[in-house]
Design a protein around this ligand. Sequence first.
Ligand code: FE2
Ligand code: FE2
Length: 296
Amino acid sequence: MWLAVLLFDMDPASSPSTGIDRDHRSYQYYRTEVDRHWDPADVDLSADVEALLDAPEPALDGLRGALAKFGAGEQSVTADLAPLAVVLDTIEDQSFIATQLYEEAKHADFFDRYWRDVITPVERERGLELTSPTDEQWFDPDYDELFERQETFLDALLTDDSPRARARAYSVYHLVVEGIFARTGYHGLQTVYGDEIDGTPTLPGLVEGIRLIQGDEGRHVGFGVSKLRDLVHEEGVDPDLLSDTVGELAMLVQGSLADSMDQDAEDPSADVDVDLVGYAMEKHAERMEEITATDV
Ligand SMILES: [Fe+2]
Ligand SMILES: [Fe+2]
């Protein structure tokens, strides 16, 4: 009799709910962060300093502009995400957002460390004027506008937590800033500062840091895509709202990238960016198909 009861209790189908759906996509993204945790302080940056001591000045300039933009971008996504943590109410989504906030803080930390431990020592050693990643010279109006829109759309959730408002927030944050802008930029930086392109310095520490960041960003974009899919299929949000929002903001991404290229005409890395917008838009089209498809 006792044995029979024990066996019955061991049947998984009879297990009581423990409050967390461990098969939920958001929970599984949270678990992946726990399993693949990395520390920005552990990335070895010493070879990058050596490589940049001899790099041509336009190449150093192009690199500083990119680092400033992506460092500030990571700070903005860290600062702007909190309204989603307020409106999402399941433990699985809360767990995921907690990891995303933590990861964005780590990304911002990596770029801050790179400036302190690589750029400043290189500038000092080369006798250049010391610069800051917060200097206005690195930014352009399209860049500023893009991140202002992000803040506006995320903050709007605090007063209007409707399906349309959520769709706009995920569109600017997860599809445009993370899915197009960051993906374009990070893919470009890995290409330019890996060892594939002649004439640009090889920076293994930067490439490794971006590889780790990109691993995190894949989960962030995946989360946004799954939420937009739910909004379209379960809450009746018109996919045109997503396309219109992304189309308008993608112009700002292109404008900001074009501005970088104009300023860095002598920087060999500038030529690479042109193809990247096409690359990112192709990936974006695949995501839109995933959001709107009815047979997934
Ligand atoms: Fe990030
Ligand atoms: Fe992210």
